[in-house]
Design a protein around this ligand. Structure first.
Ligand code: C5P
Length: 234
């Protein structure tokens, strides 16, 4: 693929989920974390990153909460799109379609979960640096540290799964605009972008991040995220 000096980097943040595992009436992205909606933490990091030209947030079509907050300090770099879909992959694909007129095929898209509020500036710059000479792209990930068990469907351990060469995928996941769009159009049942790229026969680069970039899924995760944000030195 031909690349030019003008290749841009944009972030796309899917935030159209309901967060049902949090057992809260409020969608996860709007839960309060240190006095701000959860999603604001990652958006601030992405908007402050000099390597990122624009930050798109994908909200559900019927989102009535976003406009209740003041985002003016992050604009005009931050742009909202009301085009979320029934799954995360649908939300990302709808977002990619919505921005097609502003993108060149070779531009990079960094997809980042709204539910990962502890994204640090060094996570973003490490990913950008590591992928600057890659053609396909890649993702932040961490090598699996725990011994893994597969259950028998009834709460007993059936077997131990080797953790050899296993990684836990995180976000951001960074791919060329056209490559990602085509891959997602063909593989809709995926839980991350890298799976769609793999299904297209390509191999995303694994860039080692760290455990502080956790995804808030359960209520306890909010406390862990608060601890990380309060105690980090970067
Ligand atoms: O639910 P989960 O934590 O896997 O969601 C990951 C990210 O995908 C969250 O930022 C969530 O808001 C987003 N999502 C979405 N559209 C959906 C489902 C999830 O944008 N239909």
């Amino acid at each position: 693929m031909q690349t030019t000096l003008k290749t841009r980097h944009v972030a796309l943040v899917p935030a159209a989920g309901s967060g049902s595992r949090m057992k809260s009436g409020t969608p996860k992205q709007y839960l309060e974390l240190m006095g701000k909606p959860l999603i604001r933490h990652a958006l601030e990091t992405l908007c402050a990153s000099p390597g990122i030209d624009r930050v798109y947030v994908v909200l559900s079509v019927g989102d009535r909460t976003w406009d209740g907050y003041d985002w003016s300090d992050l604009e005009p770099k931050l742009v909202r799109l009301f085009c979320g879909g029934p799954s995360r992959a649908d939300s990302v694909l709808n977002g990619l379609r919505a921005i097609r007129d502003e993108m060149s095929d070779a531009d990079w898209v960094l997809v980042h979960d709204a539910a990962r509020p502890c994204l640090a500036q060094w996570h973003v710059s490490k990913l950008l640096d590591a992928l600057s000479h890659e053609e396909v792209g890649g993702l932040l990930a961490i090598p699996v540290a725990d011994t893994l068990k597969r259950d028998d469907g009834h709460g007993h351990s059936l077997e131990t799964v080797s953790r050899d060469r296993l990684w836990q995928a995180q976000t951001p996941q960074m791919f060329r605009y056209i490559m990602l769009r085509r891959a997602l159009e063909r593989a809709r049942e995926v839980t991350d972008e890298a799976s769609a790229i793999e299904a297209a026969g390509l191999r995303p680069r694994l860039v080692e991040g760290d455990a502080t970039n956790l995804k808030v899924t359960y209520p306890l995760d909010l406390h862990v995220a608060e601890w990380i944000l309060t105690n980090r030195s970067d």
